[in-house]
Design a protein around this ligand. Structure first.
Ligand code: SF4
Length: 358
């Protein structure tokens, strides 16, 4: 069995056809996904995203009026759908801190062209919200969960989370029909890599899909070092020794995870390897921050202020024109060009991940 991750060239997928209407960027990548950060606040303090020391209780998060209204978010999403977006993901900070988010979900679910409406959460507020979100039209959820070891989980959530609440949230999402739930696990050497097998054992046979994510140099505050990255192929080898796996195709072009299934039928896992196996080649994602900045890469250091245009009376055609011109000029491929040395010194002053919703 290969121990390197099968690249798309080696594993032809029966992929659904690209949307011919979708506009393509300067590298011929169609606009397909829009990630919308509905607010910048979070109830966790994960050290690789929102370290407690910096994001203390007096930290000035965006005020209500600085954040886009639902009307404004729906206008941007409508324009983006006309340009090819068919997948929308709601993120944060922690999106479920917005008690009315089901109202936004309902409006986005009705947009023509949206065939995949998902939400990413840390899960502790999910058991109370799952039913309402499903009724509002949400299709599925992804839960960020870095370990099932109580001590490691607390260390990686900034001592804020409660593992039992996350498990209850996952179960509630499955019961509400928001599954198969995906679990995003950021793997950090010397932090949680020793607990990955236990996490996989916990979810094997449950239908829940685990995605193992290489630790990335997002933003400027997580102290990223190349030697803290566990290359996915190393992890694949370790897991294969426990449970044989075989590769499976992607669900659609631009899907970031390399998917595998347990040979014994216990389900699917995936690897998201932005550091050692970058996938910029068919990256089809745009990101909208809670204050209306549009970013064309997770590692962007600048964006376009759509809030200004929205609040200066831009009509829908103008908004669509702005989005279109941003995407047509897009040539981002940070992960392919990443220099670990530069990344370790945060030379680029990138936009923080919590601001653009991961
Ligand atoms: S680094 Fe940027 S361009 Fe590359 S896959 Fe990530 S978001 Fe897309």
């Amino acid at each position: 069995m290969h121990n390197s991750l099968m690249t798309s060239a080696q594993f032809p997928d029966e992929l659904p056809a690209e949307d011919p209407q979708a506009i393509a960027d300067a590298l011929q990548r169609p606009l397909h996904d829009l990630r919308i950060s509905v607010l910048d606040q979070c109830n966790f303090r994960c050290p690789y995203c929102m370290p407690e020391a910096e994001f203390h209780s007096d930290y000035a998060f965006l005020k209500r009026q600085q954040r886009l209204t639902y009307d404004e978010i729906v206008r941007v999403a409508t324009a983006a759908c006309k340009l090819g977006v068919s997948k929308i993901r709601l993120t944060g900070g922690e999106p479920l801190l917005d008690k009315n988010i089901a109202v936004l979900v309902e409006r986005l679910a009705k947009l023509p062209g949206v065939d995949d409406l998902a939400l990413t959460t840390n899960g502790v507020l999910l058991s109370a919200a799952a039913e309402k979100l499903a009724k509002a039209g949400l299709h599925r959820v992804t839960v960020s969960l870095d370990s099932v070891d109580e001590k490691v989980f607390r260390a990686m959530s900034g001592g804020r989370g409660d593992l039992a609440q996350v498990f209850a949230g996952i179960a509630a999402a499955e019961d509400a029909g928001l599954g198969p739930v995906k679990i995003n696990v950021v793997v950090q050497k010397g932090v949680n890599d020793h607990t990955i097998i236990d996490l996989l054992r916990h979810f094997r046979g449950s239908g829940t899909i685990v995605r193992l994510i290489e630790f990335m140099d997002v933003g400027n505050r997580n102290g990223w070092r190349m030697n803290q990255v566990v290359p996915s192929r190393e992890l694949l080898t370790k897991i294969q020794q426990q449970w044989p796996l075989r590769p499976v195709g992607r669900n659609y072009p631009g899907e970031v995870a390399r998917r595998y299934e347990y040979v014994d039928g216990a389900g699917e896992i995936g690897f998201i390897s932005s550091v050692t196996e970058p996938f910029c080649g068919d990256c089809s994602r745009a990101r909208l921050s809670a204050d209306g900045m549009l970013y064309t890469c997770l590692f962007a250091n600048q964006g376009t202020d759509l809030r200004k245009s929205l609040r200066n009376g831009a009509v829908d055609d103008e908004l669509q024109g702005i989005l279109s011109s941003i995407w047509l000029q897009r040539a981002d491929r940070y992960s392919e060009l990443r220099s670990p040395e530069l990344a370790e010194h945060h030379v680029l002053q990138k936009v923080e991940m919590y601001r653009m919703g991961g």
